[in-house]
Design a protein around this ligand. Structure first.
Ligand code: LMR
Length: 358
């Protein structure tokens, strides 16, 4: 009995002790949880401040070009607007990757942002982008903008999504000149010349239409190839020609404006969509502003670059006469028809309608 009551008392005591200790444990745990939560919050904040999201922006041209300057502008605006939560690291001049590699690494997520020329998306399967390479398709920069800023531009960017790439904007460079070590006035002057081109089938057809021999080559290799005679000539807007010093190894430049060169700013889709919504919208706003800046400075940058080539005295600059221009057009316009099967007759038609009206 006594044993039993003792046991009972013990049980009673045990019960009452356990209520007390439960209360104590409850308060202790609440305090622990609160301090843990505070710790995690402080840690997150300090990680956020000390460890910003890094966006590697790789490109192949010099910093002192329309694309180089626009990239810097984006960096400045993006870092300001995200208040240090994002850091943009720019790698110009193919420092990290050359043309073809940079698109592959973007897909892998090794870099997060690029601005390849529109001529470089063909190998990714987006053949429609080569429409921008068609000779004389855009009568002016304004006509080009009406296409890229409208539904055609949006549709083209959408095409990249299947490759894990998101298109954010179109940045201008400008209309191209041709260069070589001999004067290029009429189409027959190109006969047999080895001409460096970007990886675009339309540019290949364009050079063949001039009876030249096109050679695809990474941008970073062009200067040396011209210097050593691996190729005889090339095409690019003056800003690229000048900042890569190509004029030092090309005696003649023809202002032909036979084609356009511009860029699509692209990001790794999974990376971009994984950013916090507030960060992404600040970056989108920065991109919008950087795009306006890019498209505002491009034309002037090319005029300045052509003046600088002229002032260098190393290259003779020739502007086509109206008759010569007509001969170039006659030689090059058949490329539209020839490439319609590859890039889409409808797309060419809708661009023609947009730039000239129905
Ligand atoms: C080229 O390869 O000639 C250009 O695409 C370079 C560039 O990015 O402007």
């Amino acid at each position: 009995m006594a044993r039993h009551s003792h046991t009972r008392v013990a049980v009673e005591q045990g019960k009452s002790m356990s209520v007390n200790s439960l209360k104590g444990a409850f308060f202790a745990r609440s305090a622990l949880f609160a301090s843990l939560a505070l710790g995690i919050f402080l840690l997150t904040e300090s990680v956020r401040a000390a460890d910003p999201v890094v966006i590697k922006f790789s490109h192949v041209v010099a910093p002192d070009t329309p694309k180089g300057k626009a990239a810097e502008k984006f960096k400045q605006l993006a870092e300001e607007r995200t208040k240090g939560a994002v850091k943009i690291e720019i790698y110009p001049n193919s420092q990290l990757y050359k043309d073809k590699e940079e698109l592959e690494t973007l897909q892998l997520g090794t870099v997060q942002m690029l601005a390849p020329s529109l001529s470089k998306f063909g190998p990714l399967g987006a053949k429609e982008f080569e429409v921008f390479d068609l000779p004389y398709i855009f009568p002016s920069q304004a006509a080009l903008r009406s296409v890229v800023d409208g539904p055609i531009g949006a549709r083209l960017l959408k095409k990249l999504e299947g490759s894990g790439i998101l298109g954010l904007a179109f940045w201008d460079n400008g209309f191209k000149v041709m260069s070589a070590n001999k004067p290029l006035h009429v189409p027959s002057d190109f006969k047999g010349l080895k001409m460096r081109i970007q990886s675009s089938k339309v540019l290949d057809a364009q050079m063949r239409a001039l009876s030249a021999l096109p050679q695809v080559m990474a941008f970073s290799e062009v200067y040396q190839a011209l210097q050593t005679g691996v190729v005889d000539g090339t095409e690019n807007p003056p800003s690229n020609l000048y900042t890569q010093k190509m004029h030092e190894v090309q005696k003649h430049v023809t202002v032909s404006e036979h084609g356009y060169l511009g860029y699509a700013v692209v990001v790794n889709k999974a990376f971009w969509e994984g950013l916090p919504a507030d960060v992404r919208s600040a970056l989108n706003a920065a991109m919008k502003e950087a795009t306006a800046y890019a498209n505002e400075i491009a034309e002037q940058e090319n005029i300045k670059a052509l003046d600088a080539v002229n002032a260098s005295g190393r290259t003779e600059i020739y502007v086509l006469t109206p008759a010569e221009r007509a001969a170039w057009r006659a030689a090059l316009l058949p490329v539209h028809q020839e490439m319609a099967g590859r890039i889409g007759a409808d797309l060419i038609e809708s661009i023609n309608t947009t730039v000239t009206g129905p």
